[in-house]
Design a binder for this molecule. Structure first.
Ligand code: ADP
Ligand code: MG
Length: 332
């Protein structure tokens, strides 16, 4: 069996150096990902340590890899009292599950395990195994009451599709509270939050990875004081029998989602929402996701599909560069 994994390069930060500003940078490893923080201006050192402390704290609460985390505690015991942060993440997760008709679902944990994405022992489970797991999957099995959670019917949770967005938001809050006016936080390179502009009045320029060669970026997006989160089928996958299996799973099917999408980016002010929505819209597929955008609004989106097509919402028209060889269409 051929197995390999490529680094998550959903979104590459275009070179900060190019903006002619002196940025202080630091990389912090938390939640199974690298958070790259660039700060322009003063107080960078104390801000870096405050962010580092916060990311380690959130990692300890929300990672399934940490035995004492809230998430492990709930999965082991089926219920319990959790921290206010984990409760806030679960609340947003459940809200988005309801809004997206279950496309986003934190109870996909047993499926993620069966496919080997959790401990990187990749395998294709039998259909019988998947059918056996599916009754335990469903966000309705999660009850949140204040900071108390109950998981019904053997459900287990995984915050991998939302926790990095929350952590990105907390990091941004700390930087803003430290008086920083200009910074970029890139978490796992899939959720990026811009604080202010580049310090010279120009927006931050974010490179969007080419799904056909994710080590390169093929278009850019300008953002100021907002966040972009990307979910891509090329971010984490393995191959078996000449077929690729990626990590975004359909909660109702139990299988990696195959709908012609290669990546979905969501751009909005709230990184927790952007992270969860990018995963949800990927699961929904382009048509349903576009309907969701039309009905709900509140965010912009980029859908990159097989067949070299890119669909964007109208709010991005003047902020995006058009890559050569791709057809760019605006969703109306
Ligand atoms: P990344 O972690 O690379 O930023 P995503 O935000 O798209 O990517 O989250 C994918 C992760 O979320 C998976 O690795 C898994 O842990 C979890 N997940 C997979 N499918 C779903 C789903 N349908 N709803 C919620 N979480 C999911
Ligand atoms: Mg996500």
């Amino acid at each position: 069996m051929k197995r390999f994994i490529i680094p998550a390069l959903a979104v590459l930060c275009a070179a900060l150096a190019a903006c002619g500003q002196n940025a202080e940078r630091k990389t912090i490893f938390a939640m199974d990902a690298a958070a790259e923080i660039s700060i322009i201006g003063e107080n960078a050192d104390s801000a870096f340590s405050a962010v580092e402390k916060e990311l380690y704290r959130l990692d300890a609460l929300m990672s399934r890899g940490r035995e004492t985390s809230d998430v492990c505690h709930l999965n082991d015991n089926g219920s319990g009292e959790i921290s206010a942060d984990t409760a806030a993440v679960i609340k947003t997760a459940l809200d988005i599950s309801r809004e997206t008709d279950g496309a986003f679902d934190i109870t996909t944990a047993p499926l993620t395990d069966a496919w080997g994405f959790f401990n990187q022992s990749y395998r294709v489970p039998s259909d019988a195994e998947i059918q056996d797991i599916l009754p335990r999957v469903g966000y309705e099995n999660v009850t949140l009451n204040g900071n108390s959670v109950t998981l019904k019917g053997g459900a287990r949770i995984d915050l991998g599709g939302i926790a990095k967005g929350y952590a990105c938001g907390r990091a941004a809050e700390i930087l803003r509270d430290s008086g920083i006016k200009s910074a970029l936080i890139s978490f796992g390179q899939s959720t990026i939050e811009a604080i202010g502009d580049k310090g010279n009045g120009a927006p931050w320029k974010i490179g969007i990875a080419d799904p056909e060669d994710p080590t390169e970026y093929f278009m850019t997006l300008e953002i100021t004081d907002e966040c972009i989160s990307t979910s891509g089928s090329y971010e984490r996958y393995f191959e078996q029998g000449g077929k690729k299996y990626h990590h975004i799973l359909g909660p109702s099917t139990g299988y990696p989602v195959e709908n012609g999408l290669m990546s979905v980016s969501v751009i909005c002010a709230d990184p927790t929402r952007a992270d969860a929505l990018s995963t949800a819209l990927f699961v929904m597929g382009r048509d349903k996701a576009a309907e969701f955008w039309k009905t709900n609004g509140g965010f912009d989106a980029i859908f990159i599909t097989e067949g070299k097509k890119i669909y964007i919402t109208p709010g991005l028209r003047d902020k995006i560069s058009e890559p050569d060889g791709w057809v760019l269409e605006t969703i109306e």
